[in-house]
Every structure is written in C-alpha cells, then in structure tokens.
Design a protein around this ligand. Structure first.
Ligand code: SF4
Ligand code: SF4
Length: 298
C-alpha cells in the first residue's frame, strides 16, 4: 500500500459521512495498472503497479448481482486504464444490462475498431454508455510533461475515434492553473474538443489530490489540512460522493475511488458489508470538502 497517504488519526471529533442512499457503484476494472504514469496520479498507477489487479468479468458480475439487489442506479468504471483489461467489452455489456455507465479512460488505447465495437455495444443496450477521457491540456507539450511522450497524440486520436462513432466524450482535466484562469482554459479546451469533431463538447475540471504520485512530486497535506465537524456546520455532508456511492475493487469494497490505496478505506469484502457511515479522517477528504469535488459526471 502507498505510504504517502495521510490519515488524521490524532484529530478528535472526526465527522462521519452517513451512507444516505447507495445510488452509484464504481468498479475499478483496470486495477492500478495503466499504460501511462502521470506525475499527479493519486493512486500512482502505472504498468508495474499491481496493488489492485484488474477485475475479471466474473468478479464484476458478482458485484453487479449484489448491486441489483441494493437498487444501485448507475455505474462508473475506472482504473488504471480500463482498456488494458482483456475482458473490457464483455464487462461493458454486462454492466449496461444493469444501468447507465460512465467509463473513465485516458483514451490512448481507443482505436477506430474499438470505437466501432463500443458503438455496437451501445446500440445493443437501452442504457446510456458515456466516456470521460482524461488529459491535461489542449497544448501537446504541457499535456505530455505530465502524461508522457505521445500521450497527447494518442488521446486526441481516441477522442476523435469516439466522436466518429457518435459518442461525445467528456474531457476531464486536473486543474494545473490558477482558478481565475478557468474561463480562458475552458474556452480553449472546448475549442480543442471541437477540433476533434466531438459533437457536444463537455468538460470536467478536477482538483489535484495530494496523495500518491502528486504527494511525491509536489507536497503532502499539511497538518492543518483535514476536516473537522466545524467544516460541516454550513455544509450538507451528504453532498460528498461517499454518501451515495461505493467503490468495488478486486480486493474488496472501498468507500470511494480516491482512497483505494488506504487500508482504512476498505470497508468490506462485499458491498453489503459497507452500508454504514465512514469517518472522514483522511486528509484527501479535506480536498473534497473545500472544492465540492465529486468524481461523478454532473
Ligand atoms: S491519472 Fe489516469 S491515466 Fe494517468 S497514470 Fe493515473 S490512472 Fe493512468
Ligand atoms: S476522499 Fe472524498 S469521497 Fe473519499 S471518503 Fe473522503 S470525502 Fe468521501
């Protein structure tokens, strides 16, 4: 497990987030294996990170059976990189039998042939299939500084291929600029999507979490950066995504997609075992609170 995690064990009165309603199930079908090694990856994914192996179709089906009984409404899959999973197309079809699905991907492995197969899978389901492709910038040099050589070209091709197959992928970008530059960045990112012939350009800007590789490359959370009960005096704690979702991995079910490197965030072996409140002791919870962050699409 990653040693750069920061758990505020010494802080008293740590607030707990209730599980208000289990609406969303995340599945880490790519494990921590990725063909890229982004410098800010909060779970330090890469070609050699076997902390969480990929989920097999059989393992996914087990969690889906459980989720149906619990009346889960929608699904998200992530990794690592989900298109490294050799059973990815069967997994997508299985999930779409249960509900709408958002696929988080770095886009670099989506060839024209794969995009056509994805279109066929979508055409065979009454539930929506949507993609979120992560990049860092509309500028190749800036993007590749964080994502590595050729990442910009390959992700751009993946987005173009999805667009040609009739999908409108959402571009997700981790903010690496000052907030007052948001509007200009959004204009440029939308123009970039249009240049790739995406029918309906959409963006999702995410904050950086000071864990995993970002903690190694930038800094760790300071002692002051943790949530207390005071943080929730004028804030509805059930706005946090951990109030309505859980994250299934190959090794168990975690509270959320952000904390899969934290032993304390593993709440059980099955979803049913995780239907209880969770103490927000991790400093990453501070980022969720101050940014209003949710990994879900809006
Ligand atoms: S941020 Fe995404 S694309 Fe980059 S290494 Fe992590 S999982 Fe892979
Ligand atoms: S990191 Fe965010 S989503 Fe995860 S438990 Fe903390 S507040 Fe909830």
């Amino acid at each position: 497990m990653n040693t750069t995690q920061k758990q505020s064990t010494s802080v008293k009165n740590i607030p707990e987030v209730p599980l208000a309603n289990l609406e969303t199930l995340w599945l880490q079908v790519g494990g921590t294996l990725c063909n890229l090694q982004c410098t800010h990856c909060f779970i330090s994914c890469g070609p050699q990170n076997h902390t969480h192996e990929m989920m097999s179709l059989r393992q996914v089906r087990l969690r889906l059976e459980e989720s149906k009984l619990l009346e889960v409404k929608d699904y998200y899959i992530t990794g690592g990189e989900v298109f490294m999973n050799p059973e990815i197309f069967e997994i997508l079809a299985a999930i779409l039998e249960c509900g709408p699905l958002d696929v988080l991907t770095n886009g670099t492995l989506i060839s024209p042939e794969k995009a056509i197969r994805l279109r066929e899978i979508q055409n065979g389901s009454s539930h929506r299939l949507q993609f979120r492709v992560s990049m860092e910038s509309y500028e190749e040099e800036v993007n590749n500084l964080i994502r590595g050589k050729n990442a910009f070209r390959k992700a751009s091709e993946g987005i173009r291929n999805l667009g040609a197959a009739g999908f409108s992928p959402v571009l997700t970008v981790t903010r690496n600029w000052e907030e007052d530059k948001d509007a200009a960045m959004e204009d440029n990112l939308n123009s970039f999507l249009k240049s790739l012939n995406v029918p309906q350009p959409r963006l999702k800007i995410l904050p950086g979490f000071l864990i995993g590789r970002l903690a190694e490359n930038l800094r760790n959370y300071s002692d002051d950066e943790h949530v207390t009960e005071k943080c929730f005096e004028n804030y509805d704690i059930t706005n946090l995504q951990c109030s309505t979702s859980r994250m299934a991995t190959q090794t168990g079910v975690y509270v959320c997609p952000i904390l899969v490197d934290s032993d304390q965030a593993r709440m059980g072996g099955t979803i049913k075992e995780t239907l209880r409140p969770f103490p927000l002791a991790h400093s990453a919870c501070y980022t969720c609170r101050v940014t209003g962050m949710t990994c879900k699409s809006e």
